[in-house]
Design a protein around this ligand. Sequence first.
Ligand SMILES: [Zn+2]
Length: 199
Amino acid sequence: MEAAYPGTQHWLTDEGIWLVVESSLLPGLNNPKAIFAVAISLDSAPAVRAWGFWGTAAVGFEWIGPRHTNFPDGSICAYDLTDGTWAMGYSLVKLLDLYTVWAVRHLHYRVLGRWPGYQAVPHVYERILELRPDEFCGCANFQTLYGDCCMEHDRSSNLLQQAVHFMLWSGGGLRRPPLSVVKFIQNRRVAPALKTIFV
Ligand SMILES: [Zn+2]
């Protein structure tokens, strides 16, 4: 960890570990870095959850999202669980590398307005809200551009019904990080209780 992500801070708790990791995304002093707050639960059901932030202590921190984060807690969604990309027991450095690629994609999206790379966005209404025609589609035909794949079908579907379906599935359609995590990334003192994170 220290070789790949120098300066990583950690907090041991009764239930697991918190990491705060700084990741240099691109070479060059002026390029933004990403900060990851990583919660690792080591109780009876080991699990990991993480949040990304831009910024520094001097200028403040800004949550990286909402695209490609989970509902409703805004945690990083860097890979699809069903793909077998990473699982508990695999290398933590590899997990942070996946988060780093996720943050580089966010940087691209922030600067150029287009999400680069494949994405899993199975819900029609979420695709309508988020996807550009020149982004890859979120359905199983992930190598096809949205404009050439589901866009026409999505836009001609019953939007009210799709919106209700999506709101029910996502618990209201909003994503944001827990206040305890935002405070933690700012003050780096008291690590949030993991039982409040893995609910
Ligand atoms: Zn599609």
